[in-house]
Design a protein around this ligand. Structure first.
Ligand code: CUK
Ligand code: CUA
Length: 642
């Protein structure tokens, strides 16, 4: 759920009041604590967790890695936000990753994670994340746990309906939340011309099988509706994608009366295989629009930005068999497909039921042209013709659904603050547990794949209230781990998280442990300013640029006394870490530098740019406690008058 969703909050208050008779009161926090089975979350000292839990950081723009079942935080991976802890977005090598058509944008809002899959199962290669504010998709390498590529999404705004992934990682999709004028929203038009001038898009980003590199293969030009979430089909439905859409009224102000006026919004079904064929057959139009594509080179560990000037646009109105709308009760949020690929669950935030659609019925309705008119020239399938059934009175404010691979679905309910387990085929509610408080997403290891690992469900809650020690007006964010191995869900652990966790995926530890890289080999380092050994360390001047090729090894820098720098110079410290042991980074900082530190891993080179603003002598030192003589890892830089 987005933070600006005041419409939803207003409704929440109303629905809570109305519902208090239907649902029994939540147990007090203390009671729930007593039911926690903490022993199940215990991972003894020196032992490993069973799963890596890769969690979005929401408005901190990062991803973080936790262990399950312990809930221990292992690493924060900076993605869309600068991170002073390791110089991401501050070093010359990583800055280009944050370039966009709007210039350098060093912050974003990361909501969803998608792990790469082969045949619908986790392959442990990459994690993708979306930037919600300035539309971007990032790819993180799961052997280095680093951001390697970021692509901007043109003709999009509020890139919320992303990044969702096809069964063999052929595509990652990105759907726009805000409809905007085409030309990237750069056209100056009155906002109240929304219905005429604003359009939605969904982008299909092709993923290179070997390198993971992203390329926008094509965009679909769609009505000015808001795309919220999506999932690809699986198995029999693997050529399809399903998107939830709200504001089918096309209102430019989302007061309830405007944007929730209709009984039903839509789930949009897209035959991406067909769309791909049309794109290949030249049915699209190349539309001029500028966007950034930033890639980190493996050999130099240096990112470069390229600006692309056009995108291939397909208009589904001209291609009758690509896009269909299916009515879905009020403002659907989550849109999830079950492991078999037969069932598509739409969660209407304001609806009293959960509709479950059948892929077979969708195919039949399309074949029979069983339409209920059109929406902006796109066929609308009849609700009853595509419905498998509705889960009755499941709870209030359904948001997201995951699956355990044993025929059960688990849906989060924001308003009634609970997880409800139900049977996909019979649509019967089987169990419910309260969450503390107001759950958003939930995550089962492998939950969105063809073969979920099951075992746990984690609730990512929106409200923390009394769950942890108070820390002023702002409390930590809160996750809760439940054991789902039996018939009944059991609360095991509360654990705090960083940022605002929206979504997460978990993958068995053994898959990633095998792939995790330990060092970068220094002989493979092709950075233009690498110093492979102290004999290659130097200070080189090019006009007013000074390039210092430095080495770091326990426990000294070479050179460590640098003179000859003058006011007006721009100094680049290129630090190469000579270590070839696992987990021996060296850091580097300069007194008064208007920048962060850099943290350099064994075998790699990172660059800190510094423009001295005064003459004098400036200490430099290593920021990471690296040996008994870490404190001796220091030196001086002298700056003289011009
Ligand atoms: S959204 Cu946050 S609770 Cu941005 Cu995936 Cu549903
Ligand atoms: Cu190197 Cu501390």
């Amino acid at each position: 759920m987005s933070h600006s969703s005041t419409k939803f909050l207003i409704n929440t208050a109303l629905v809570v009041a109305a519902a208090s008779t239907m649902y029994s009161c939540k147990p007090k926090s203390a009671e729930a604590a007593a039911t926690g089975d903490a022993a199940k979350a215990y991972v003894a000292p020196g032992k490993y967790d069973e799963f890596y839990n890769i969690v979005s950081g929401g408005f901190n723009g990062q991803m973080s890695i936790y262990g399950l079942p312990s809930g221990r935080l292992f690493r924060i991976i900076p993605v869309f936000s600068q991170f002073p802890e390791n110089g991401y977005g501050f070093s010359e090598e990583t800055k280009p990753l944050l370039n966009t058509s709007h210039g350098f944008v060093p912050w974003d809002d990361l909501h969803h994670i998608a792990l790469s899959t082969t045949d619908g199962q986790h392959d442990g290669r990459w994690a993708f994340g979306n930037a919600n504010n300035t539309p971007r998709i990032a790819r993180i390498n799961l052997s280095t746990f680093r951001t390697e590529e970021i692509i901007e999404i043109p003709n999009s705004a509020g890139n919320h309906s992303s990044p969702f992934i096809t069964e063999n990682t052929e595509y990652v999709v990105a759907g726009t939340r805000f409809s905007v004028p085409m030309d990237n929203g750069n056209t100056d038009v009155p906002i109240n011309t929304y219905k005429d001038n604003f359009k939605g898009t969904v982008s299909f980003i092709g993923i290179d099988k070997n390198t993971g590199h992203m390329n926008i293969d094509f965009q679909l030009l769609l009505p000015g509706i808001n795309f919220d979430l999506a999932r690809a089909g699986k198995g029999k439905s693997k050529d399809w994608f399903f998107f939830s859409c709200y504001n089918s009224e096309k209102a430019n102000t989302l007061l309830e009366v405007n944007a929730s006026a209709k009984d039903k919004d839509f789930i949009m079904a897209v035959n991406w295989k067909k769309a791909q064929e049309y794109a290949r057959a030249g049915k699209g139009k190349k539309v001029p629009v500028k966007y950034a594509h930033n890639v980190l080179d493996e050999k130099t560990h240096t990112a470069t930005s390229e600006f692309v000037n056009e995108v291939l646009m397909l208009d589904p109105k001209e291609l009758q068999d690509v896009v269909y709308f299916m009515p879905c009760p009020k403002s659907p949020h989550g849109c999830d497909t079950d492991p078999s690929g037969e069932y598509i669950v739409g969660s209407g935030k304001l609806a009293a039921v959960i509709p479950v659609f059948s892929f077979d019925k969708i195919q039949k309705a399309i074949a029979d042209k069983n339409y209920d008119g059109t929406y902006d020239g796109i066929p609308v399938l009849k609700y009853d013709a595509v419905l498998h059934g509705e889960v009755q009175k499941p709870g209030l404010g359904p948001l997201h659904t995951e699956f355990d691979g044993k025929g059960n679905a688990y849906t989060s309910f924001f308003v009634s603050s609970e997880i409800v387990k139900w049977d996909i085929k019979s649509l019967k509610v089987l169990d419910r547990v309260p969450t503390y408080y107001s759950i958003g997403h939930l995550s089962i290891p492998g939950g969105p794949t063809k073969k979920p690992w099951g075992k746990y469900v984690v609730a990512y809650n929106k409200i923390t209230k009394d769950r942890y020690l108070p820390t002023g007006p702002e409390l930590t964010q809160s996750a809760q781990l439940f054991d789902i191995s039996g018939d009944k869900m059991k609360l095991v652990l509360d654990f705090p998280t960083t940022g605002e966790p929206h979504y997460a995926e978990s993958i068995p530890a053994e898959i990633l442990m095998k792939k995790s890289q330990k060092i970068y080999k220094i002989e493979d380092n092709q950075h233009p300013y690498v110093a492979k050994g102290e004999s290659q360390a130097s200070v080189e001047r090019k006009g007013n640029e000074v390039h210092v090729k430095m080495t770091a090894i326990r426990s000294h820098f070479t050179p460590d006394n640098i003179e000859g720098i003058k006011m007006g110079d721009v100094v680049y410290f290129h630090l190469t870490n000579q270590e070839q042991d696992w987990d021996v980074p060296h850091g580097f900082a300069v007194k008064g530098a208007n920048n962060a530190e850099i943290l350099v891993m064994p075998g790699e080179t990172q660059t800190l740019k510094w423009v001295p603003d005064r003459t004098g002598v400036f200490p430099i030192y290593c920021t990471d406690f690296c040996s008994a003589l870490h404190q001796e890892m220091q030196g001086y830089v002298r700056v003289s008058p011009a």
